[in-house]
Design a protein around this ligand. Structure first.
Ligand code: XMP
Length: 314
C-alpha cells in the first residue's frame, strides 16, 4: 500500500454514496472489520452502527479487549450477547463447512435484527481479498467457505465491503495511518473457536480449547516480549476430535489431544510453520496438560506449511 491516505479518502467518499441511510457494521474486533467500522463512521458518523456479536466462541478476555480497542479508536458499538443461539445452531454439527454456514446464518439474523432496530438496510463488512478469493467465485475453486463471504445466507441487507480489494499487509498499513492501535494483532476467524474444535461443538469442548489457546497466546507473547522470537502471524490451539490415551497417577485415562499451531505469513495465502524453541513448546505442553488435567492428555505441534496445509485445521 503506497498511499494509505489516498485509499482512506476515496473509501470514505465511496461509503458516503453507498450508505445513504442507517447502516450496520459487522465489527468482530479483528483488524479488518475495525478498519471498515472506522471508515464507515468517518463517512456517515452515527448513521453507522458497529455491532459486536458475542457468539460464545470467543477467546478468553475477548469481549473486554474488543471494547477497549473500540474505545481507543473512538468507535461507538453495540454488544449483542448471542452465545445460546450459536451453540443451539451448531448442536450435533461436525462438518466444518456446515458449521461455517450455520454460524454465517446466525450472524446474519443478528445483523438483520439490529438493522431493523435502527431502520437500516445496509451491512458493512471487513471482507478482504483473500476471503473472497478462497471462498471461490468465478473460475476459482472453493478452498473453504469463509463464513463472512461464501457462507453468507440470503439476506435483504445490501452488503458494502470497503476493503474487498486489499490484502492483509495493506489493511495494516491503513490501520497504522488511521492510528488504530495494535495493528500487529493476529487474525482470528469469524467463526471463532467453533472451527478450532474438530467435530461437534459443545460448551465443554469450547472451554477446553479456550483455556489451551490462552496458554499458547500467553507463552508466545511472553517469548516475543523477551526477544526470544519474532511475533508470529498466528499462534493458537486446536482441539482434535480423536480421543487419546494418557496416564494420571496409576490410571490410564482417555482424554483429548490439542494441536499447537504457530505460523509466519505476510498475507495468509501461504504460511510457514515456525520453528518454536523446544523449551517453549515443553512449557506450553506442561501448562495445557496441567491446567486441563484429565481433560487434555496430549499436545502436538503442527510443522506443516501452507500449502499443502491451510493455517486453520477446519
Ligand atoms: P486458512 O486456514 O484458509 O486461513 O489458511 C487463512 C486465513 O483466514 C483465516 N480464516 C478465516 N477468517 N472466517 C474468517 O473470517 C473464516 O471462516 C476463516 N477461516 C480461516 C485464518 O485464521 C487465516 O488467517
Amino acid at each position: 500500500m503506497n498511499d494509505p491516505a489516498g485509499f482512506v479518502a476515496s473509501a470514505v467518499d465511496r461509503l458516503r454514496t453507498e450508505l445513504p441511510g442507517p447502516a450496520i457494521v459487522a465489527a468482530s474486533g479483528g483488524i479488518d472489520s475495525t478498519i471498515a467500522a472506522v471508515l464507515a463512521q468517518r463517512a456517515v458518523g452515527d448513521r453507522a452502527h458497529a455491532v459486536f456479536v458475542d457468539t460464545g466462541f470467543l477467546r478468553a478476555g475477548e469481549v473486554e479487549r474488543v471494547a477497549e480497542l473500540f474505545r481507543a479508536c473512538g468507535l461507538r458499538h453495540e454488544l449483542v450477547r448471542a452465545g445460546p443461539r450459536f451453540f443451539g445452531a451448531l448442536a450435533g454439527v461436525a462438518d466444518p463447512e456446515e458449521k461455517r454456514r450455520r454460524i454465517g446464518a446466525e450472524f446474519v439474523r443478528r445483523f438483520e435484527e439490529e438493522a431493523a432496530r435502527v431502520g437500516g438496510d445496509r451491512l458493512v463488512q471487513g471482507t478482504i481479498a483473500p476471503d473472497w478469493i478462497e471462498s471461490g467465485g468465478g473460475a476459482r475453486a472453493t478452498i473453504k467457505t469463509h463464513h463472512n463471504v461464501g457462507g453468507l445466507p440470503p439476506t435483504h441487507l445490501t452488503i458494502v465491503e470497503p476493503l474487498r480489494d486489499l490484502y492483509k499487509d495493506e489493511v495494516r498499513a491503513v490501520a497504522t495511518f488511521l492510528g488504530v492501535p495494535s495493528p500487529e494483532r493476529q487474525p482470528f476467524p469469524g467463526p471463532g473457536l467453533a472451527v478450532r474444535v474438530e467435530g461437534p461443538v459443545t460448551e465443554e469442548r469450547i472451554r477446553r480449547v479456550r483455556v489451551a489457546n490462552a496458554i499458547v497466546e500467553e507463552e508466545i507473547d511472553r517469548a516475543v516480549g523477551a526477544g526470544k522470537l519474532p511475533r508470529p502471524w498466528q499462534y493458537f490451539a486446536v482441539l482434535l476430535a480423536s480421543r487419546t490415551v494418557g496416564v494420571t497417577g496409576d490410571n490410564r485415562v482417555h482424554g483429548d489431544a490439542v494441536v499447537v499451531r504457530v505460523v509466519e505469513s505476510t498475507d495468509a495465502m501461504t504460511a510457514t510453520a515456525l520453528a518454536v524453541p523446544a523449551a517453549l513448546l515443553r512449557t506450553i505442553s506442561e501448562r495445557i496438560t496441567r491446567e486441563l488435567s484429565g481433560a487434555v492428555v496430549r499436545v502436538l505441534y503442527d510443522v506443516t506449511d501452507k500449502p499443502p496445509a491451510t493455517i486453520e485445521w477446519e
